[in-house]
Design a protein around this ligand. Sequence first.
Ligand code: CDP
Length: 208
Amino acid sequence: MSGTGPFTVAIDGPAAAGKGTISRAVAAEFGFAHLDTGLLYRAVGAATLAGEEAVAAARALDPAGFDEALLRTGPVAQAASRVAAMPEVRAALVDFQRAFARRHGGAVLDGRDIGTVICPEAEVKLFVTASDEVRARRRFLELSGKGHDVTEAGVLEDLRARDARDAGRDAAPLRPADDAVTLDTTRMDIGSAVAEAVARVAARRRAG
Ligand code: CDP
């Protein structure tokens, strides 16, 4: 069944938990559009590193012009989590994300506050997590595989700093929605995590 009305899959969780891989796979499986909302905050963070003011950068954001290779770097991730604590920055990004979430044909959004703030009415909410060490290992392999000069200890430190900032902020802190299903992927390979997420979405689709 592939209804044409809105159907939102909200995938939240801490840094490098596998949200992106799971989101892309769910979107491909059901023909839904996918929005990696972390890229929005990363783009604002990158703009501040280039000397721009955060709120003005958030208001002027153009997702069509993103340079993903730059946005995926460690310094940009840290800058993203600093600007993400600013309520005016978050407010500037809400309308775009909400419109995306409720578009016809279905949407998967991954981030920190999709199930709690952006789309509390999402049909499926997953909170994807894993131990700090496992997440650091995965992100280290991803970044070093792309030729970045990183160490596993440095990546672990970066994740912990961001998680603490993301969970401790007043504006839309990282936390599972009350009705989210937690998917702990510490001892799961990515294929099993994807299969579990797809099964949850399929069950909700059948339920109508
Ligand atoms: O890929 P990773 O999980 O490491 O991070 P990301 O999803 O690209 O998000 C980068 C940063 O943006 C996070 O550390 C958060 O501070 C912020 N973010 C947020 O506050 N709200 C979202 N919906 C998505 C990201």
